[in-house]
Design a protein around this ligand. Structure first.
Ligand code: CU
Length: 315
């Protein structure tokens, strides 16, 4: 059973929260934040989609992505000084020891002190990078709890197919295709801020907030990759193979991603969208979606839209 019905309306992702780090990380993250203070402002303003002139990551919606962003800043704390030091040394050597200024070069070939420094220094730096890197890798492979929801995502040339695992065998199965401009009006998705061109889809994947979701990723024809930047998730979709990943979104909202493995002529036109909703809304959606996916999506979006308008009025 393949359902393909439209939905309409929508809302923006709310402001983010920032999760737990240990003391070492906190200290280092302050260093990182101080070193790259300029990148903090655009990230705070970001929704769950790319922004024009964006320089950094999209704002994190999961703990894993928060840690990825932290790790990127942390590595820059080492990277930037090293680049400047090496650049400075090269400039110094070029100027100070040029042939005209230094006609008789030194014939020194050993210096124990400097040799120890340039051996031990990089080892220490690599260790400082390796430890948090492995911590991050471990976190990415360790869901905080047993997954409560399992969804299979199948990559096709050139769209995504989804199947929810259900207890009673009543399927929720649908395809997710790029929202074409000519369908916007009919689907009530004219708002380009919420439904950006080339990212918006006809049927969003709906999951509850604060819930560990397991995604089984595969493909039916060629290699694809299921990726959502705000979740820090990117998993290859390989024909004949079932890859597993997970995410746990901290906030409700609409999150966009794209196929991230070159898969043919319409690779750029197979986006994916995940709609994170409250637990109650998700329960209601699943009940409805078994009968009529289009109706389920319309009801869900109307509810979200009403809540957004109410919040606007209250401001
Ligand atoms: Cu693809």
């Amino acid at each position: 059973m393949v359902l393909r019905r439209q939905s309409h309306g929508g809302h923006r992702a709310p402001a983010g929260n920032f999760g737990r780090h240990n003391v070492l990380k906190k200290t280092l993250s302050r260093l990182g934040a101080a070193a790259i203070a300029t990148s903090a402002t655009p990230i705070a303003a970001m929704a769950a989609q790319p922004e024009e002139w964006q320089m950094g990551f999209q704002r994190a919606a999961t703990d894993v992505m928060e840690q990825i962003i932290w790790f990127e800043r942390y590595t820059l704390v080492f990277l930037v000084p090293i680049v400047l030091l090496v650049l400075g040394l090269i400039a110094w050597v070029l100027i100070r020891y040029r042939a005209s200024r230094n006609p008789v070069p030194s014939r020194t070939s050993h210096n124990t002190t400097i040799e120890i420094i340039w051996t031990v220094g990089p080892i220490v730096i690599l260790l400082l990078l390796a430890v948090p890197s492995f911590q991050l890798l471990t976190k990415q492979y360790s869901p905080p709890s047993e997954p409560e929801i399992t969804v299979k995502a199948t990559g096709y040339q050139w769209y995504w197919g989804y199947e929810y695992q259900t207890d009673d065998g009543e399927e929720i199965v649908f395809d997710q295709l790029l929202l074409r401009d000519i369908d916007r009006e009919q689907q009530q998705k004219q708002d380009l801020d919420i439904y950006p061109r080339l990212l918006a889809v006809d049927n969003e994947l709906v999951v509850p907030v604060d819930t560990t979701v397991r995604v089984l990723v595969t493909a039916a024809d060629v290699l694809h990759s299921w990726a959502v930047p705000a979740f820090g998730v990117k998993m290859d979709a390989v024909p004949g193979r079932l890859n597993e990943t997970w995410f746990r979104a901290n906030e409700e909202g609409l999150y966009y991603g794209q196929c991230s493995e070159l898969c043919g002529k319409d690779h750029a036109f197979m986006p994916l969208a995940v709609r994170v909703v409250s637990r109650a809304e998700f329960e209601e959606w699943t009940t409805l979606a078994r009968q009529d996916l289009g109706e389920a999506n319309r009801t869900l979006i109307a509810r979200i839209e009403a809540r957004r308008k109410l919040a606007e009025l209250a401001e």
